[in-house]
Design a protein around this ligand. Sequence first.
Ligand code: NAD
Length: 360
Amino acid sequence: PQWEKQIRASGRIRRSNGLSVLVTGAAGFVGSHVSLALRKRGDGVVGIDNFNDYYATSLKYARQDLLNSHDVFIVDGDINDSRLLKKLFEVVAFTHVMHLAAQAGVRYAMENPHSYVHSNVAGLVSLLEQCKLANPQPAVVWASSSSVYGLNEKTPFSEADRTDQPASLYAATKKAGEAITHTYNHIYGLSITGLRFFTVYGPWGRPDMAYFSFTKDIISARPITIYRGKDRVDLARDFTYIDDIVKGCVASLDTSGKSTGSGGKKRGAAPYRIFNLGNTSPVTVPTLVSILEKNLKIKAKKNVVSMPGNGDVPFTHANISLARNKLGYNPTTDLPTGLKKFVKWYLSYYGDDRGKFINQ
Ligand code: NAD
């Protein structure tokens, strides 16, 4: 195939003295940032992404162009394609897999349940099968989600807290992913690290997320809908800036230990780890909106309505002690600082046409 020639010809992997990483979902928001960070420090990176149209593919192709200019090549394919994965693992001896491909978003699951099973369950198994068969086996770091804490009301959330009340099919598939990866760890000796990301935001972000769509709507003078929880309580999220998440991902790869291929019962068994990667300071949605208004210098038109019960949880808050201790994870970007960077990127990427609306 064409991609094989391109990977072999470029020496992208051979040149590297560091890790050799397969990044799934590399054209996505988090995947593109992690790929760039790894490449910039000299690791070999090959991406895979199916460029699906869950949101504007133009954004995925623009991220691909950015990665290409930094010598990161993305294979256009689906993680369910076992033959493609097999070939990819034959061409490159990956030391690590950073698995970020998934069907994200909680509300989309109401209409498209199978998409979640396809990417987050079947796709995960297909990928782990190849990791299991590879020799040597790569260490796997993958994105779970804070959504596994679901309707749990005891906050902040710690890794050992209950995760048996998912509020959406998305959350259920991430919870399933944790069980599936655990199985591959103890039966096949794969080194597994699951990262529970808390509402990641920043430049090159996902258009389906509130901070992004609010920005677009405020600039276009369209009303935004703000959900409120039970008893008119504001929803809040532990918004975490992309650069902090990237540092957590890279530290996870660096500390992930070796796959043993021998199963967890043996001595020196491969590690199975789960970490919260959050910011430890939840912010309400109305506060998020007021920060955006300040940055855009435009007042939002707001519709405040009760949460319709479509998969959102009222509140998230990460306890990150474990990641601090084991990964040296230390988020440093607060929401006003991070949103300022996001808005700057947004205006440069989409063009600054807000002059039209500034006095309305
Ligand atoms: P994203 O949608 O921008 O990136 C995912 C990428 O995976 C997309 O480019 C998509 O085309 C690709 N993809 C999806 N299914 C695929 C398949 N079957 N085969 C190949 N490629 C496929 O999402 P993101 O925000 O970058 O999220 C990355 C990971 O982090 C996901 O696993 C997501 O569930 C998880 N996560 C994200 C957040 C967040 O706030 N962004 C929070 C918690 C967890």
